[in-house]
Design a protein around this ligand. Sequence first.
Ligand code: NAD
Length: 449
Amino acid sequence: MNICIIGCGYVGLVSGACFSEFGWAVACVDNDGARIADLERGIVPIFEPGLGDLIERNRGAGRLNFTTDLKRSVSGADVVFLAVGTPMRRGDGHADLTFIREAVAELAPHLSGFTVVATKSTVPVGTSREIEALLSQLNPTADVAVCSNPEFLREGSAIRDFTHPDRVLVGCDEERAAAVLERLYKPLALRSAPVMFVGRESAELAKYAANAFLAMKVSFINEVADLCEATGADVQEVASAIGSDGRIGNKFLHPGPGYGGSCFPKDVSALIRTSRMHQAPLTLVEQVERVNSARKTRMAQRIVGALGGDVGGKTICILGVTFKPETDDMREAPSLDIIPALQKAGALVRAYDPHGRESAAKLLDGVAWCDSVFEAASGAHGVVVLTEWNEFRAVELNALASRMAGHTLIDLRNMFASADALAAGLDYHGIGRASLSADNAMAKRAAAE
Ligand code: NAD
């Protein structure tokens, strides 16, 4: 089977590499010539664990190639996937389908033989029908079926998610197309991955509903964390108590500075617009969006408060700037709100991120970028954990404290045990648990002795 994937971003590259690993012949097309030139030289433009090796192996085997030649790739394909971006539209917050429409217009003249055109991009309900209408207008004689095949991979574990999915979702209204996609996903079905065939509208909507539900879970636990702080409960204990209930599940119950990333913010926003358009407003999801954006603002205030209420002239060390660990993706990362707010309040920001520095440096001005945790912490009045990279877990807090000018650890991911921070002489401010002062802890110990 020959596959053409249009768009060599996270989704296109991971899907292309994984399909070729199954043995299919894959052409990955992008209109960014520099990106394709890099890929042809073996340079992978994104950081995603395992992706470089997978690409190299399948390119070597001749099953995977990168090209700007849309015409050849489309005309030889049984399935053409659209994996271009669908960002938030400026002005109204809906999904911007410009890249989808452009790609469809570009591919339409080159369709030859029966071809399935499937959207891997996240697109609003009704988009398959719109693509179908556009194709029949641009190439009335094309033998084509349009399907929806939303992608559920997560950055940072994308290869595992693609090769061991909870489900593959195919929205398809035509039997011939269903047969092609069934064959395409046979290697996964043989490994017992459920391949679910549903109507196109259901597939399109399910992707948004899934992301909105997860975003709601995150916002829920974030608000519960605030209540824990006000009442003396510990959110970790509450989360593990409720998460062990099979009806709730323990995933996405980690409190933090608010969700970010390339999907949740834009998909929540687009779903709200879709629901309003159809006069079936999702008021719960609207509240999730409000809660999350207010939270990012409040996090900067929380840091300022933990540092005595005035950060003018103080140095703050930020550990982790990407929206989550194991990716270099900075889209909608909380750091993009929090760091400028701290700078505006007069703080000097030093930062370290294991893989995000290059992409973050393009978006954040005035940050002193460092090569290690300890370098970033040098001379800092406070250290703030924004992204829970694994390498931070092993940081020896005594060594960290000895490099700092102050003694405040603001752990917005609850990575560290408060007792370890106190033992290192650091005041500890986590999320959804009591803030603790090292001096008080010492006084208490002395009194007990
Ligand atoms: P991305 O922005 O990383 O990549 C998109 C790529 O498409 C870019 O390389 C761009 O140059 C290329 N492109 C745009 N127009 C083109 C055209 N006409 N012809 C050829 N190439 C073109 O996007 P992404 O993060 O991979 O996301 C793609 C889609 O998948 C989005 O709709 C997104 O919501 C969805 N999605 C993303 C993730 C994720 O974790 N990133 C997960 C699931 C679904």
